[in-house]
Write a protein that binds this ligand. Structure first.
Ligand SMILES: [Zn+2]
Length: 182
């Protein structure tokens, strides 16, 4: 196996072990899980990407890892497969995310859509029906209930059936919140 580059260049400065990278190799990274005392030397950018790709390389031999390092820089830097590889998707050629901009987000948009509210709990619905928002005391709940009953009582609305329905909802909400706060 041909070695990667020599540890020290002509200037006496150790170079990054990624072929084609001219940065100084200032950060060390173990070559394998069972060879934690045997290191690659990388520049900051490449040690980050190597760390991120650690799981991806876990099952490979050193030769395979080095072949991969070599292959990834044969083309231009944007073809570097790291970054997404660590997320268990295998090499994603052409995708490069040096600043972790996509971390925690699935690239196919499976994020929670903030315009889609999660389903309300019974208590949340009850608070809404009572025109209250937590925290409230039992006393405040009772006072609000009394004033709502006054407003929505069918007698105050000419026997309106809709008022009757609203009052039923208010009664239910009151029961729910009394239990919730008690
Ligand atoms: Zn480098």
């Amino acid at each position: 196996m041909t070695p990667l580059r020599s540890d020290f260049g002509a200037t006496g400065v150790r170079c990054c072990d990624v072929p084609g990278c001219t940065s100084a190799g200032e950060f060390r990274a173990p070559k394998a899980r069972d060879r934690l005392n045997d290191y690659y030397w990388f520049c900051l950018e490449h040690v980050r990407e190597y760390n991120r790709a650690w799981n991806y390389y876990a099952g490979m031999s050193e030769a395979e890892v080095e072949a991969d390092l070599r292959r990834s820089t044969t083309w231009n830097r944007p073809s570097w497969p790291f970054g997404t590889a660590a997320k268990g998707e295998g090499p994603a050629w052409g995708f490069r995310d040096p600043f972790d901009l996509f971390d925690g987000e699935s690239p196919n948009g499976e994020r929670h859509d903030p315009s889609q509210p999660r389903p309300q709990s019974a208590e949340e619905k009850a608070f809404q029906t009572m025109h209250l928002s937590p925290p409230v005391t039992i006393a405040e709940l009772k006072a609000q209930y009394k004033s709502l009953v006054k407003i929505h009582h069918p007698d105050a609305n000419g026997g309106d059936r809709e008022a009757e329905e609203r009052l039923k909802l208010i009664n239910d909400a009151y029961t729910t919140l009394k239990r919730f706060l008690g």
